[in-house]
Design a protein around this ligand. Structure first.
Ligand code: ADP
Ligand code: MG
Length: 385
């Protein structure tokens, strides 16, 4: 605990950290917290699962101290589920401070969020789309924001999000402090980041290579036709609490999840074609262990922290090497180990090179022969609950 005290966090936060079972800061927290408390802009990259959320949330809470009226901290994240997760972290760390956190994200009715915005707000955690809706309705005033966070910053700066993020940032005071975090920040992102913050302090906390000890990475050469059989066999072998399977499209996610269910695996799908209430229900079941296999699109690739995930399977390779890093980073979090297995089919062969560049080694070739095997008992449907 002493380490957290030395970084400049005060009693109520320390005691919340104690309750959360945190005993000492992770490397990124160790480096970022004091710099943020000293008022610096930062662009920080640190591995998946290394505690980046607390690295910005703790100093923000420390800076805000007393509850106020208008939002003074704004955290942007790329997905709805991540908004909920990050805001839960803020509430946890700030529980002894009386600060109010409001979460704004799409796919659910606006009424409750609008009502929350009419009250006193200290911290907003939002996805760009819904926050812009709120801005258009003049339901939120960002004029008092002193601290701006872009979590998964490189994602928020990609073509899809950038216009939305620009619109939001233009409403925030120029004198603000800007904090940008991701596991994947390259030179291009560093250049783009200048638009939001001139010359931020750059922090990098990475193992030598992305294939750090935490995540064992395996690759298997497959054909499109034997992916399902191989996946079923692997699931039987894992005997794991929670497995996350990524597909390239929403349709494929549904299709794979159906195939698994046919084979009595307790699987569900999550992707952008489902209603937000379905997405939330499914994620909740996965977090609690009621569902053992979640088949997802890249909507689940970023930021989600589900400690029980022991295996990630790339049923299809992702389009970008960054997505690869984030996908496999759903396992091997907070000091735990995990395994990532990627299927490489001839059709996706062209993606391998880029991934090799990011992971820093040549992907193994070959692949296990497929034997017919029944799914392990833990994956069998355990009756409706
Ligand atoms: P990242 O954003 O870097 O991927 P998260 O912020 O989601 O990682 O944190 C990953 C996990 O590590 C979470 O479950 C979080 O509660 C836990 N964690 C973070 N910091 C600490 C710490 N100092 N001590 C113990 N657990 C921590
Ligand atoms: Mg994160």
């Amino acid at each position: 605990m002493q380490k957290f005290v030395e970084l400049g966090l005060s009693k109520p936060i320390i005691s919340a950290l104690q309750d959360a079972g945190y005993t000492e800061p992770t490397a990124i927290q160790d480096q970022a917290i004091a710099l943020i408390l000293a008022g610096n802009n930062i662009l920080a990259s640190a591995q998946t699962g290394s505690g980046k959320t607390a690295a910005f949330a703790l100093p923000i809470i420390e800076c805000l101290q007393e509850p106020g009226t208008k939002p003074r901290a704004l955290v942007l994240v790329p997905t709805r589920e991540l908004a909920v997760q990050v805001s839960t972290q803020f509430k946890l760390f700030a529980k002894n401070m009386g600060l109010r956190t409001v979460t704004l994200y799409g796919g659910v009715g606006m009424d409750q969020q609008l009502r929350a915005l009419r009250g006193k707000v200290d911290i907003i955690v939002a996805t760009p789309g819904r926050l812009n809706d709120c801005l258009e309705r003049r339901a939120v005033d960002l004029g008092a924001v002193e601290l701006l966070v872009l979590d998964e910053a490189d994602r928020l700066m990609d073509l899809g999000f950038m216009p939305q993020v620009r619109r939001i940032v233009s409403k925030v005071n120029k004198d603000r402090q800007t904090l940008m975090f991701s596991a994947t920040i390259d030179d291009k992102i560093t250049r783009i980041a200048n638009e939001f913050s001139e010359k931020p302090i750059i922090i990098k906390v990475h193992a030598e290579r992305v294939d750090s000890i935490a995540i064992e990475q395996k690759f298997m050469h497959v054909t499109e036709f034997n992916k399902d059989a191989l996946l079923l066999k692997l699931l039987g072998d894992f005997a794991s609490e929670a497995v996350l399977v990524f597909t390239r499209t929403k349709r494929k996610a549904g299709w794979v999840s159906d195939r698994l269910q046919d084979a009595s695996v307790v699987a569900e799908e999550i992707h952008g074609d489902l209603s937000q209430s379905q997405r939330e229900r499914t994620l909740k079941k996965f977090r609690s262990g009621q569902v053992t296999v979640l088949v997802a699109t890249d909507v689940a690739a970023r930021g989600l922290d589900i400690p029980t995930i022991s295996h990630v399977v790339n049923y299809d390779l992702p389009d970008t090497p960054e997505d690869y890093v984030h996908r496999i980073g759903r396992t091997g979090r907070a000091g735990k180990t995990g395994t990532a297995i990627s299927f490489i089919s001839e059709e996706q062969r062209h993606l391998v090179r880029d991934i090799e560049k990011v992971v820093g080694f040549q992907l193994e070739t070959g692949g296990a022969p497929i034997r017919k095997a029944a799914p392990a008992r833990r994956f069998r449907r355990s009756g409706r609950r």
